[in-house]
Design a protein around this ligand. Structure first.
Ligand code: ZN
Length: 97
C-alpha cells in the first residue's frame, strides 16, 4: 500500500513537470515558427499562398486557379464564373452559345 502511495505521489509530481516541459517546448516552437515568417506579430498566421485578394477560383476554360479579387467575374443564372483573362471569358461564352 505504501509503495502504491509512493507511486501515486511520484505520478502527481511528474505529470505537471512533463506538462510544463511540453508547454515550454510548444511555446518555443511557435515563437520559432513565427520568427521565420516575414509577417509582423499578430498578423494572419496563414502562409501567404495567395499573393493578393482572397479565395482561389478555378477558371472553367483553362483550369487555372485565379484569386477571387483578381479574376474576371461573370454571373450567369445565379452561378458565378471566374476567369483568368477576357479571352477565357469570351471562349466560355462562345462555347455556351
Ligand atoms: Zn483562363
Amino acid at each position: 500500500m505504501l509503495r502504491f502511495l509512493g507511486l501515486l505521489l511520484a505520478i502527481l509530481f511528474v505529470v505537471p513537470l512533463i506538462r510544463s516541459v511540453l508547454g515550454l517546448l510548444a511555446r518555443a516552437f511557435t515563437t520559432f515558427a513565427f520568427k521565420n515568417t516575414s509577417q509582423p506579430a499578430g498578423a494572419n498566421p496563414q502562409p501567404p499562398r495567395v499573393p493578393s485578394g482572397g479565395v482561389l477560383r478555378k477558371d472553367p476554360v483553362c483550369g487555372t486557379y485565379v484569386s477571387e479579387g483578381l479574376a474576371i467575374k461573370r454571373v450567369s443564372s445565379g452561378e458565378t464564373f471566374f476567369y483568368c483573362s477576357e479571352e477565357c471569358k469570351k471562349k466560355h461564352l462562345a462555347a455556351k452559345a
